[in-house]
Design a protein around this ligand. Structure first.
Ligand code: GLY
Length: 462
């Protein structure tokens, strides 16, 4: 948790951004795994954490913009609950730490919302993603749950995004803490992934490292020799010498700030055959993309720049041909690089994705493309000092996609299908860093994790 002042100032700033009415914040609740009392790891909602700092289930908060009153709602534990869960600090004491004077029971939250609505006041709420909260607020507002998302306040949402999108030095410090844990996870995997092991042995141990530092994973680990599947959460392959494994994993610090790093590891200690060339192409794309990150540059242009470097490399391997700019304009690179180059990161690994990428990653000047590949770019707009973003180009050979495009001879002026088919079992390579946009350029966050071929091989062979 940050200082009391941090939370007070964040809420004060927010109050100045929305005109009138009631700002409503819903915290997350316990989520049952297989029966009510056996729950998943509890994770507080990120906007709730940002403005109210308290991480426990059963909380809500309001800011009455007309009176200026801030209220936290929640119920202290009953003796029956204390028997199972131990005693917990009282809400009125916890709220002092985040600068809130008014606390009320959770039942009062329902009364406050109903009363505001009856009085015809504007009830501003953020887009919700947890079904229990959607049901609760729908009941209180007399809305149909499936329609609630259309009633979320864009004014409130935009104000929250405008604040959360710029990371303060203390927030960057928390991301650095998450990255220190992630460094341990990645170097463990490089040192220990060996032929004959099952992927889950490495993935499980990395998860243990994250949890042992008092936080958790920032997202489910992607650790797979089938690296062509972008979000591969299957960890059951036996790793063979000559395989490459994509390791995309990041820890969440105890404060819940995220990290998101990818390395590609040669199983057996050495990149073999075309793996070296493909790895080097992806590395050059990433390093060149990072060097271009600075205030005023659109991330969409970084993405296109990284894509062009990939195309140049793929041309040198004989997999692509023709004019690089024209190939990228036509979307031909998406045969090999189907996703975006990166995304915003902060309290969420895909920061504020719950609030809507149309606001987080795009604006009136930069609209999302509908072209295959480019349409998956989560962040297109101009970079600003204080943004934290990922840069993560990759090359992925997906047999089903090759077959589909080849059947239509799609973009064959740029794609050499006979050569591409020789790579259909190649898998994938992704390399990723987390970048802070500074006033004058950019900074790669975290203690360096080996990424040159020589450094990765040294650790992997050690
Ligand atoms: N690193 C996982 C993701 O960006 O979705």
């Amino acid at each position: 948790m940050f200082s009391t002042e941090t939370y007070v100032n964040r809420r004060k700033k927010l109050q100045g951004q929305v005109d009138a009415g009631l700002l409503v914040f819903l915290g997350n609740n316990e989520s049952p795994m297989n029966y009510e009392d056996n729950t998943y790891f509890f994770r507080q909602d990120s906007s709730f954490l940002y403005f109210w700092g308290l991480s426990s289930p059963g909380l809500a908060a309001t800011i009455d913009l007309d009176s200026g009153t801030e209220t936290l709602y929640g119920d202290d534990l009953t003796v029956d609950q204390i028997i199972w869960m131990g005693s917990q600090p009282l809400l009125k004491d916890r709220s002092v730490a985040v600068g809130v004077q008014n606390t009320q029971s959770f039942a009062d939250f329902s009364k406050t919302i109903r009363q505001a609505q009856q009085q015809g006041r504007q009830v501003h709420f953020l887009p919700l993603y947890r079904h229990d909260n959607i049901i609760l607020l729908s009941e209180l507002l007399g809305a149909v749950p499936s329609n609630l998302k259309h009633l979320a306040s864009s004014e409130f949402t935009k104000a929250v995004i405008a604040q959360r999108i710029i990371k303060s030095p203390e927030e960057v410090g928390e991301i650095e803490k998450a990255l220190a844990i992630t460094h341990e996870m990645h170097t463990f995997a490089m040192r220990n992934a060996r032929p004959g092991m099952i992927e889950q042995e490495i993935a499980g141990a990395m998860e243990g490292i994250a949890v042992s530092h008092g936080g958790n994973l920032a997202y489910p680990i992607i650790f797979s020799t089938d690296g062509q599947t972008l979000h591969n959460h299957y960890h059951g392959n036996v790793m063979q010498s000559g395989d490459i494994a994509v390791n995309d994993c990041g820890a969440e610090a105890p404060s819940a700030y995220a990290s998101d790093i990818t390395r590609t590891i040669p199983i057996g200690g050495k990149f073999v055959g075309a793996q070296r060339e493909v790895y080097q192409i992806v590395l050059e794309s990433m390093e060149s993309g990072i060097a271009k990150c600075r205030p005023g540059v659109k991330f969409k242009d970084i993405h296109l720049h990284c894509s062009k470097i990939l195309v140049d490399g793929l041309k040198s391997l004989g997999l692509m041909q023709g004019d690089t700019d024209e190939a990228v304009a036509a979307g031909a690179h998406a045969m090999f690089f189907q996703c975006g180059t990166g995304h915003m990161m902060g309290l969420d690994v895909h920061d504020m994705e719950d609030l809507g990428e149309q606001y987080v990653g795009y604006d009136a000047e930069t609209q999302r493309s509908e072209q295959f590949g480019l349409c998956y770019l989560r962040l297109g707009k101009q970079l600003e000092p204080g943004f934290v973003v990922t840069v993560e180009p990759g090359i992925y050979l997906i047999p089903e996609l090759i077959d589909m495009w080849q059947a239509d001879n799609k973009l064959s002026e740029f794609i050499n299908y006979s050569e591409v088919n020789k790579f259909r079992d190649f898998g994938g390579v992704r390399i990723e860093e987390n970048i802070l946009i500074t006033e004058s350029g950019q900074e790669i966050l975290g203690k360096p994790i080996p990424r040159s071929i020589a450094d990765v091989e040294t650790l992997a062979a050690g």
